[in-house]
Design a protein around this ligand. Structure first.
Ligand code: PHE
Length: 341
């Protein structure tokens, strides 16, 4: 019996210190000290011993049990400490590793073009103003001399919010002419950039949402020569010295006379190519002398004041400015495209 007890002690102690983790150690606890463990099994046989042997063996058995229990506890603590150290090492943050560089974005090419346009006009004393995209037909049409029945008011061209066609997504930035006339003291020089909406299918040159920059001057003795001079200056500053422009007669309800300005195609230099649809020219803006009716409706006396206005397509301007062939590239946000500017 004594030998058996000693044997269990040596065995168990060796096994405890060899246990690699808490789970293995717990299995050993069950094996040696559990209810069905080796030590318990041995103690059950104590009854067979002689009365002299019993207390001696009992004492020894207790010593072995205590030795095993305390060795078990020590090993448990060691394993916990080891596990903690391992975790601390594996989860340690190396603060000396260089950081990942932050990817810096930049302005969208269309907004680069817009900022250039703003700079050009601000340097000529224009103010930049902003207006609502959800607009009243009163401002988008009525006060711009486009009365009921005008083709541009048609449901097939315009996004209306109501059945009587009074509230709409603005189809042009021209309502900002009227809004400025109504609140600003004369003389006025403004540009008004922003989004406009028309029921157009998406293709290489069209989108149901696009941007315009409206421009307007109202002063005394303003003439068409001022309009042409200013717009030619704009074209040269934006597209480079020697940029060729042309003015064609056109019609708008709110200007008289009216015109459109084209710039010579950057791709073919005027010979005609797919980018300019064989025309040699790219239409950039509509313009004209503000119609006396428009001035009168805004409470401005056309006998004293005169003015001009223009509305330019911003996407087209950016396309000409950066030699972009397809309008859709401007809205698709493909990084391979955007990173080129
Ligand atoms: N609003 C016109 C358009 O969208 C452009 C324009 C603006 C024409 C100002 C004349 C004067 O086509």
């Amino acid at each position: 019996m004594k030998q058996l007890l000693e044997h269990i002690r040596t065995d168990a102690l060796a096994a405890f210190s060899a246990a690699g983790d808490a789970q293995a150690l717990d299995a050993l606890r069950v094996k040696y000290l559990g209810k069905k463990g080796e030590l318990t099994a041995l103690l059950k046989q104590m009854g067979r011993l002689s009365p002299e042997e019993r207390p001696v063996m009992g004492q020894l058995a207790n010593q072995v049990r205590e030795a095993l229990a305390s060795a078990l506890e020590r090993r448990q603590r060691d394993l916990e400490a080891q596990a903690l150290t391992a975790r601390l090492t594996s989860e340690a943050v190396d603060v000396t590793i260089p950081g990942r560089p932050a990817v810096l974005g930049h302005r969208h090419p269309m907004y680069i073009a817009l900022d250039e346009i703003k700079d050009i006009f601000v340097s000529m004393g224009f103010q930049v103003v902003d207006g609502p995209e959800v607009e009243l037909a009163e401002y988008n049409f009525d006060k711009l001399n486009a009365e009921e029945g005008h083709p541009s008011r048609d449901w097939s061209d315009t996004f209306y919010f109501d059945t009587d066609s009074r509230v709409m997504l603005r189809s042009q930035t021209s309502p900002m002419q009227v809004r400025s006339m109504e609140v600003m003291p004369l003389p006025i020089r403004i540009i008004a950039p922003g989004r406009v909406y028309r029921k157009d299918e998406v293709d290489a040159t069209h989108s149901p949402m696009f941007h315009q920059v409206e421009g307007m001057v109202i002063d005394k003795n303003v003439t068409m020569a001022d309009l042409k001079g200013t717009l030619n200056l704009l074209a040269e500053q934006l597209f480079g010295k020697g940029t060729v422009t042309r003015f064609r007669p056109h019609h708008f309800p709110f200007t008289e006379p009216s015109c459109e300005m084209d710039v010579q195609c950057h791709k073919c230099g005027g010979a005609g190519c797919p980018t300019c649809k064989g025309e040699g020219w790219i239409e950039l803006l509509g313009a004209g002398m503000i119609h006396p009716n428009v001035l009168r409706m805004a409470g401005i006396d056309p006998e004293i004041w005169s003015g001009w206005a223009f509305g330019m397509g911003l996407e087209r301007t950016a396309m000409r400015r950066f030699k972009i062939a397809d309008l859709r590239l401007i809205f698709e946000n493909d990084m391979r495209f955007l990173e080129q500017f």
